[in-house]
Design a binder for this molecule. Sequence first.
Ligand code: 2HA
Ligand code: ZN
Length: 275
Amino acid sequence: MRILESKFVQGFIKMADDGYKQGWHERNGGNLSYRLKESEVESIRARLNAPGDWTPIGTSVPGLAGEFFMVTGTGKYFRNISVDPEVCVAIIELDDIGENYRIRWGLVEGGGPTSELPTHLMNHEVKKRVTGGRHRVIYHAHTTNTIALTFVLPLTDEVFTRELWEMATECPVVFPEGVGVIGWMVPGGRDIAIETSKLMEKYNVAIWAHHGMFCSGEDFDLTFGLMHTVEKSAEILIKVLSMSPTKLQTITPDNFRSLEKDFHVELPERFLYEK
Ligand code: 2HA
Ligand code: ZN
């Protein structure tokens, strides 16, 4: 199978392009990773490059030992991914202890995987475990409206979840477990990876104050759709707050509770506090 013609590669490229068109990927902002299925690895194995040297990941992810990932390259621009994917994207393989990676395809003009590789892989490790292997996509974007909210809302999971839920009835159905928030941290390293992966134990969305958002999901559609839904809700909230500091009416805690039965979701009571 030609690597560029594989369905997962086409899905990866489309998602990157969709994110760029949303305005979430200025310059080299954002990154995307996909954990390949065994059948996908086998379908392209003959076309992978001969293995090169191992490079330390910068953290330890034993739960992902031996897995293959498609990842965006550090310093690469999302707007160029669909134009020249072999320059902007790599397929990497992890070693048998989950501490090193090596590039098996892509980045043909040089470079390495995304600077956020520790966060991507630690999130993948958590999500592989808690979803029984269903989640395969981790996506980071610089979502304008969500970032703007991190300057005016208290940086708590409860406030962000509740305010985002109130802005669109679909929100508690799309992310019933809520969203997690972490205060400003230095990006790119192990510390922010640890904090983000802790949030991924219970949420599919982690917001980095004054920076952006991480989403996890089963496939490209669900993960992009989740990011899109949260960001749209943030946009509505900004429009509401721009018109008035208070809401005349909204979706109430009891309204949320009445969604639970028909939509087969459980909404944690800690998000349905009295204001
Ligand atoms: O530049 O988004 O968080 C890539 C990033 C780092
Ligand atoms: Zn970023």
